[in-house]
Ligand binder design. Sequence first.
Ligand code: ADP
Ligand code: MG
Length: 149
Amino acid sequence: MKQVITNNYEETIEFGYKLGLLLNSGDCLLLAGDLGAGKTTFTKGIGKALGITRVINSPTFTIVKEYHGKYPLYHLDLYRLDGLGSDFDLEEYFESDGITVCEWPDNVSEIIPNEYLMVEIFRSELDKRIIRLTPKGNRYEKIVGDLDE
Ligand code: ADP
Ligand code: MG
């Protein structure tokens, strides 16, 4: 487990960027935190690290947005998803060679891979956020370890 504090929006993007530089094809990140915590902001930083130039924003009515950079980025926002419907084959994204970043993963706990990086964002005072990384599996432990270097 690793925890960092960001003092504003820009610092959260910067931290997402740093983490994004360490990602590889097939990686999976789960983002937890209340609405407005900064999950999408963090994803913007990841996108920047992947060289994605399109603006990454909250997919309000879209469950999945796909971006093209160094690797494909699948940004899933499952806030509105109430359990697994038959219309979506979300499993496909988690198993893909792209990078999958999933907001509100609890709504699809059945299809979450065994290994992933959990990123929890908590609001602190004013614009401060506490970002906690919990790796599950060797691959993600390495990423979190590499962040310190
Ligand atoms: P989520 O995806 O978790 O619902 P967003 O990233 O869309 O959240 O929104 C976060 C909001 O909080 C933005 O309006 C942003 O400007 C604001 N904010 C304030 N301080 C921070 C911070 N330290 N990190 C990220 N966002 C922050
Ligand atoms: Mg969001």
